[in-house]
Design a protein around this ligand. Structure first.
Ligand SMILES: [Cu+2]
Length: 366
């Protein structure tokens, strides 16, 4: 089966290469070699790399390195595991941040310790297959591409090696997102600046883990060993797990997001494969770019927002009350039974003007 798929992939790669040879090329709009080079440090989600909200000076050449890692990862505290396919070892991969007009260079490394061919399709890039056709790397290979971040927004990136490998790699965790900020930063519909104190990245992931006759989740010795049985579960379109940042409870308890009353948080949320509907219980989306569309006016004061599979959205909220907030996919079956729940622990002073318990629960008085 694997060799059959591999043959298909090779044919596809060849076809793309031929198409590129036939196409004429246009020069760069600027001399990229003269651009200031940035090499930001990527952080494991939910953290987001350090960045300026308003671009400083001219367009930059921003260089990132993504190392692919196939690893057996625990996705639930009951010991359920999946052979995760990852960019930089995390599900989702890291959030990259650049500004509109910047050139983005990505060095994709597939170490010899991996077993599969991978690549990267960037929804932020312009050109057939989003770089997917230019970046197929077998174990032991690396490749570098450069694209112009010519659209402002938040965009998914994911592995897409061809055929059934595409959904399999994506639902094995091989996806992430890049935020392309407008050079002037975020603005409201009047054009006034909107800023945030911190940003968090929530990558939502559907997993399809096969079970044995007793209903126990199965673990395999390699990614390929689980392929056919996982395909059977994937074909039901019903995930066994729907989680944030790679595991049930990954952003709760000691790993919860934090904020203080008065702080403004930008929540970036991606789902590379399946529709979702983020909701901050007890808070709101003060400003929401539902599909990450920074070129459009943000929506305001939303209770729940919709992010289609294959997109990343952004929601900004200024906390007004302390407490532990649940940030969920408001399909509550997915939030509570499948794992799509995160927490935000907010400190500060409670404001009774906004919400108050007038009488504590007690026996009903006749
Ligand atoms: Cu892959």
């Amino acid at each position: 089966m694997r060799s059959l798929l591999k043959t298909k992939i090779s044919q596809k790669t060849l076809a793309v290469s031929l198409a590129m040879l036939l196409a004429t090329t246009t020069a760069y709009a600027v001399d990229v070699s003269k651009l200031e080079v940035l090499t930001p440090t990527l952080l494991a989600p939910p953290l987001v790399m350090e960045h300026n909200q308003v671009a400083q000076g001219e367009a930059k050449l921003v260089k990132f390195e993504l190392t692919i890692e196939e690893k057996l990862m625990e996705i639930d505290e009951d010991g359920t595991k999946v052979w995760a396919m990852t960019f930089n070892g995390t599900v989702p991969g890291p959030m990259m941040v650049v500004h509109e007009g910047d050139y983005v260079e990505i060095r994709l490394i597939n170490p010899a310790t991996n077993s599969l061919e991978h690549n990267i399709d960037l929804h932020a890039a312009t050109g057939a297959l989003g770089g997917g056709g230019l970046t197929h790397v077998s174990p032991g290979e690396e490749v570098t591409i450069r694209f112009k971040a010519n659209k402002a927004g938040v965009y998914v990136y994911h592995c897409a090696p061809g055929g059934a490998m595409i959904p399999w790699h994506v639902v094995s965790g091989m996806n992430g997102a890049i935020m392309v900020l407008p050079r002037e930063g975020l603005t409201d519909k009047a054009g006034e600046a909107i800023t945030y104190d911190k940003a968090y990245y929530i990558g939502e992931q559907d997993f399809y883990i096969p079970q044995d006759e007793e209903g126990e989740y199965k673990t395999y010795d390699s990614p390929s060993e689980g392929f056919e049985e996982m395909m059977e579960v994937m074909n039901t379109l019903t995930p066994t797990h729907e989680v944030f940042n790679g595991a049930v409870g990954a952003i709760t308890g000691d790993n919860a997001m934090t904020a203080s009353v008065g702080e403004t948080v930008l929540f970036l949320h991606s789902q590379a494969n399946r529709d979702t509907r983020p909701h901050l219980i007890g808070g709101h989306g003060d400003y929401v770019w539902e599909k990450g569309n920074f070129g459009d006016d943000p929506m305001t004061n939303l209770e729940t927002w919709a992010i289609p599979g294959g997109a990343a959205g952004a929601a900004l909220y200024t906390f007004q009350q302390p407490g532990v907030y649940a940030y969920v996919n408001h399909n509550l079956i997915e939030a509570v039974l499948k794992g799509a729940t995160a927490h935000v622990v907010v400190d500060g002073e409670w404001n009774n003007d906004l919400l108050e318990q007038i009488s504590a629960p007690a026996d009903i008085q006749n």
